[in-house]
Design a protein around this ligand. Structure first.
Ligand code: AMP
Ligand code: MG
Length: 344
């Protein structure tokens, strides 16, 4: 298939919107990462997204809308929790998991009776959705398993020849995927951490939110401050199907080094020197201390850059934050490394 690679001019966004309306696939920028979009209400089109990405079909997609009120096409009723969250965080990187209306295809929701919805904070994305005249189902625009795409070139690397169109927009401002919050139960539950943190959601709602326990199913992923009796278990089934798959993996092997900053630096240096002596090409990923927003912005792009440099081993310094934006980055970092972690 020939992929149209287009600058996001008004004219080209119209062309892309027409492709979506006719059941085709378009990769487009959002503020979080690039999405690979299809008409969310067209099961066949959504099926093509799974094929193009090589994505397991039980992994549901986030449905993107251009106006908050369009959530009414997807869910029957808005609770005061949902309304407050929409008022506070949309447009923005917060995805709400809500009960779905019968008209939303099973392909879009992976057979679940809930649907994940968000309104992105990106002019290009909003124009595209508006002009296509339908909600757009869009997972990240990468091949399943590889690091999420935060620049147009990442989509071109992964999807050229596999999709109808790539809108070549700016680099993504946030750099990691949205926070996914389940608001179908009594207690709002974070299924995937992002830059909208538990703390800011709690401040808006005036009540506690929880993390899905599967986020901590691997003891290594447990924030060091977490109480030991918090009910973490080894085999907890994630509520967010996507969280169980191998994710974000660079081609290189990867080790995460965790501990006090000085010790981390020393251990990375020790590992680097010996690995280079045995002939490995080593890349180091060490963010400024407490620069969590910057780390989120750079993380996936850095993994891809290191892969392009032909690195065999990536040594990454863990971030110290256990609850906020740094925690969201650590969620991705540990998965990228396949939970290959040393504590020093
Ligand atoms: P991606 O679109 O690749 O950023 O992934 C979307 C994430 O949202 C995945 O982790 C999905 O499993 C999750 N998700 C989408 N829809 C639902 C839903 N109805 N319930 C729970 N998680 C969902
Ligand atoms: Mg993804």
């Amino acid at each position: 298939m020939e992929t149209k690679i287009l600058k996001p001019t008004d004219e080209n966004i119209e062309i892309a919107a027409k492709i979506i309306a006719e059941g085709g696939l378009v990769a487009f920028p959002t503020e979080t990462v690039y999405g690979l979009g299809a008409d969310a209400m067209n099961a066949e089109a959504v099926g093509r997204v799974y094929e193009a990405k090589g994505r397991p079909s039980d992994n549901p997609m986030i449905v993107h809308i251009a106006r908050a009120s369009d959530i009414g096409q997807l869910t029957p009723m808005l609770s005061s929790t949902i309304v407050t969250l929409i008022e506070n965080f949309w447009p923005g990187p917060l995805t709400l998991v809500v009960k779905k209306k019968p008209g939303v295809p099973d392909r879009t929701t992976g057979g679940l009776d809930t649907v994940a919805v968000r309104m992105p904070d990106s002019e290009i994305a909003l124009k595209l959705i508006e002009l296509s005249g339908c909600p757009i189902a869009a997972p990240s625009a990468n091949l399943s398993g590889s690091p999420s795409p935060t620049r147009a070139e990442h989509c071109i690397d992964d999807l050229n020849g596999r999709v109808d169109c790539i809108l070549e927009g700016p680099d993504c401002r946030v750099g990691i995927e949205s926070t996914v919050l389940d608001v179908t139960g009594d207690v709002p539950t974070i299924l995937r951490p992002g830059i909208i943190t538990a703390e800011s959601i709690e401040a808006a709602l005036g009540k506690k939110v929880e993390y899905d326990k599967s986020l901590f199913a691997r003891p290594e992923a447990r924030p060091s401050g977490a109480p030991l009796d918090a009910g973490f278990s080894e085999d907890f089934k994630p509520k967010s199907p996507g969280m169980k798959y191998k994710h974000y993996a660079p081609k290189a092997e990867m080790i995460v080094v965790e501990g006090m900053r000085d010790n981390v630096k020393k251990e990375i240096e020790r590992l680097r020197v010996l690995n280079e002596q045995i002939g490995n090409n080593v890349g180091v990923l060490l963010f400024e201390e407490k620069a969590f927003i910057e780390a989120a912005h750079e993380f996936f792009a850095d993994l891809r850059d290191l892969d392009k440099q032909g690195v065999d081993l990536i040594l990454a310094g863990a971030l110290s934050d256990t609850d906020g934006v740094g925690f969201a980055v650590m969620n991705r970092m540990l998965k990228s490394a396949g939970y290959n972690i040393v504590k020093v």
